[in-house]
Design a protein. Structure first.
Length: 301
């Protein structure tokens, strides 16, 4: 299945329910249990009951989380309709060729695990979730990117607290847009999950079929593959620029791939040896020194 490159514009109120507050609070140094304030009804009695559910020694922290959430939702309301969030996606003909994907005829090299948790576990590569080229049957992989309006952060540059608040909200909105576009692709565009009926909580728990690993994350740790993805989905259509080392600007941006295979799941590539480093550099058409820069955290020492 192949589709044209498609762009989508979201209003902030379209995305608010897709925000994963656990990661927002994590950025502010709060443990996941404090993010539960986002699930509480906003009335005084519900908030008081939530606060009282914590041991006395944790109530000051819970009170801070409550105030932070209040200020975050107030800011979301303030910026709604003033700023927008953007997404671009494309479904591509795909096949696996060893540890490479062939996406719309372009080679997209990937890395394979060299360590595993249990002895019986396979050494995984994302290409394992796509039909092999030798099958002669086309498969499908999606590519996507999301980003915020770059002007969103600028008006708060001279207020450290407000700037941190809008920055962490911007990151969550870009992720929320990825969540929403993935849902649309699964149910309507790709359509392999037409009958999916999940609550927001189930969505955020990733209880759906398929995965959407992002560039720079554990199963695709080389951020320079952003350049390859850009050739396929043209991220500048939604205002994303790539720096010379593959980082995305605006900072609150996400890009990655979408896989539908029922057995697909997230994993970490982990540490790789020099043999795989050399092989990967050759497949990328880059020097070993170039690739070493991008994979420092993944190299065995």
């Amino acid at each position: 299945m192949q589709t044209a490159i498609t762009t989508v514009t979201y209003q902030i109120h379209d995305l608010a329910e897709y925000i994963n507050w656990i990661y927002f609070f994590h950025a502010w140094g709060f443990q996941p249990r404090f993010a539960a304030i986002a699930d509480i009804h906003g009335c005084d009695s519900c908030r008081a009951g939530w606060l009282a559910s914590f041991p006395e020694e944790d109530r000051t922290k819970a009170s801070e989380a409550m105030q932070l959430y209040k200020e975050a939702t107030r800011m979301l309301n303030q910026i709604d309709c003033r700023y927008q969030v953007f997404a671009v996606y494309k479904l591509m003909d795909a096949n696996a060729d060893g540890d490479n994907l062939i996406l719309d005829g372009m080679r997209f090299p990937l890395l394979r695990q060299q360590t595993r948790v249990r002895p019986e576990d396979p050494y995984l590569c994302l290409s394992d979730f796509v039909r092999p080229l030798s099958s002669g049957i086309k498969d499908t992989v999606g590519g996507f990117a999301t980003t915020i309006d770059e002007n969103m952060e600028k008006e708060y540059e001279h207020d450290d607290y407000q700037y941190m608040l809008i920055k962490t909200l911007g990151e969550r909105l870009a992720e929320a847009a990825a969540e929403k576009i993935h849902e649309t692709v699964r149910k309507e565009v790709w359509g392999y999950a037409k009958d999916e009926k999940l609550t927001i909580k189930q969505l955020l728990n990733e209880d759906y079929q398929g995965i959407r690993p992002a560039v720079g994350y554990p199963s695709m740790p080389d951020i320079s593959v952003s350049y390859l993805l850009d050739k396929l989905i043209d991220m500048k259509r939604i205002g994303i620029r790539l720096t010379e080392n593959g980082m995305m600007q605006p900072h609150a941006s996400v890009c990655g791939l979408m896989f539908a295979h029922p057995a697909s799941h997230y994993f970490a590539v982990g540490k790789i040896d020099n043999e795989q480093l050399n092989d990967y550099a050759a497949r990328r058409g880059c020097s070993v020194d170039q690739i070493r820069k991008y994979l420092l955290a993944n190299l065995q020492h």
